[in-house]
Design a protein around this ligand. Structure first.
Ligand SMILES: Cc1ncc(COP(=O)(O)O)c(C=O)c1O
Length: 410
């Protein structure tokens, strides 16, 4: 990444927000795509074009599905155009209706995939340590209309899989996992993707393993896999014959080619992510009020998110002020998943009191800030980002006064 001349900033006046030059001359994004071997990708694209088979059960999609299933250790994988449609189809194929319990602290697609088909997402609070569904609280929001639970392995951190499975079994509910963040992560030695009725991965461009756009449902249930496979192709069981409603969720061949190419480099991507994570951990360690989310070191992890929690009572500056300063330096840190699904429409209007039941979600949504990582940033970028964050936090009171003065025009 190209940086401006004034590389090291040691003074508040050097901050871009207060008149200095931005630290980076180009924006540093969270989730800048990883791109594997270009030559291999181009060769695959050439082959696809030469054979004029662009979609509809092509060989690259089949290969991709097989590679994903083998990697995860499941029998079936159905690749799709994205994880949102994959979730919608999995939800429908499982026959979910009425109410389904989901975290609010997740990307909006988890909730929309339900509401899109008139199923009510019932938001449940999270465990503040893992940022995933708080299992005992799940039990409290089950009603006679509840048909399922969707756990989200947020940031790749596994849900409390055992507790959720036990509740689902005892209360006769279907358990599905939104594993959009968790490809390449394990639980008790086996890969995530083997739990519940099915799990859904995302291979969106911002995910560490991308197929441009893409998603997949993985399961060991043959009937379910078959139904999902048909539903993603309009429900066609034969030429000119459908047995039930379907949609168009197909992955195309170029996406599969990108997915296959990136799968060849998955160890490199995870290696870079891990190295970046360790550098952030080292360089931000001991910084008052700034905590880096930890991953379970006994499990495999993709380290694709650098998640900071900002405790304003100790940093003086709040998360949004820190983000504003970083943005002005061209570090486009993101406040995932602010403000929580329950605060976004249509859910905010449907459930105006939901926040009362979601104290941990509300609290976390004010604190989290995600930083750039992946192959798009290097060690020197990370060093500079950490140095800016350190400068901000160590001069919190003075910078807070400047923000105040800006507001009052003083
Ligand atoms: C938790 C979660 N679920 C679902 C999705 C939807 O994935 P896609 O963009 O592939 O539709 C995302 C995407 O970012 C996500 O973060």
């Amino acid at each position: 990444m190209q940086i401006s001349e004034n590389v090291i900033k040691g003074e508040i006046d050097e901050l871009a927000l207060f008149g200095g030059k931005p630290l980076f001359s180009e924006a540093l994004h969270v989730g800048r795509p990883n791109i594997g071997n270009r030559k291999e990708f181009e060769a695959r694209v050439k082959d696809i074009l030469d054979r004029r088979w662009l979609t509809n059960g092509g060989q690259y999609v089949k290969q991709f599905e097989q590679r994903i299933a083998d990697f995860v250790g499941v029998k079936y994988c159905v690749a799709m155009c994205n994880a949102t449609v994959a979730l919608e189809i999995a939800i429908r194929a499982l026959g979910l209706t009425g109410e389904v319990i989901v975290p609010s602290f997740t990307f909006i697609a988890t909730a929309h995939a339900l509401q899109w088909q008139e199923i009510t997402p019932v938001f449940c609070d999270i465990d503040p340590q893992t940022h995933t569904l708080d299992a005992p609280k799940v039990e409290q929001v089950i009603t006679p209309r509840t048909t399922g639970i969707i756990g989200v392995h947020l940031w790749g951190n596994h849900c409390n899989i055992e507790a959720l499975s036990e509740i689902a079994k005892r209360r006769n509910l279907k358990l599905l996992f939104d594993s959009a963040h968790a490809f390449g992560c394990s639980y008790r030695g086996g890969m995530i993707g083997r739990f519940g009725e099915a799990e859904v991965f995302s291979f969106h461009a911002t995910k560490f393993l991308n197929s441009l756009e893409g998603g997949a449902v993985v399961t060991n249930n043959r009937d379910l896999a078959e139904k999902i496979g048909l539903m993603k192709n309009f429900g066609f069981t034969y030429y000119d014959k459908t047995d039930f409603i379907g949609t168009n969720g197909k992955m195309n061949e170029i996406s599969a080619a990108m997915g296959l190419t990136n799968l060849d480099s998955i160890d490199d991507f995870i290696g870079v992510n891990r190295c970046n994570y360790e550098q952030y951990a080292r360089e931000l360690s001991g910084l008052e009020g700034v905590t880096l989310l930890t991953y379970d070191e006994t499990e495999k992890c993709n380290y694709q998110y650098i998640v900071l929690e900002i405790d304003q009572t100790r940093t003086i500056l709040n998360r949004d002020q820190i983000m504003e300063i970083l943005h002005s330096e061209n570090v486009l840190a993101r406040r995932y998943f602010y403000p929580g699904c329950h605060m976004m429409e249509p859910y905010r209007s449907y459930f105006p009191h939901a926040r009362l039941l979601l104290p941990e979600t509300e609290n976390l949504a004010q604190r989290v800030l995600c930083l750039p990582t992946g192959t798009g940033v290097n060690g020197s970028d990370i060093g500079l980002i950490c140095q800016i964050i350190r400068l901000l936090v160590e001069n919190g009171s003075e910078i807070a006064t400047r923000f105040q003065n800006r507001q009052t025009g003083a």
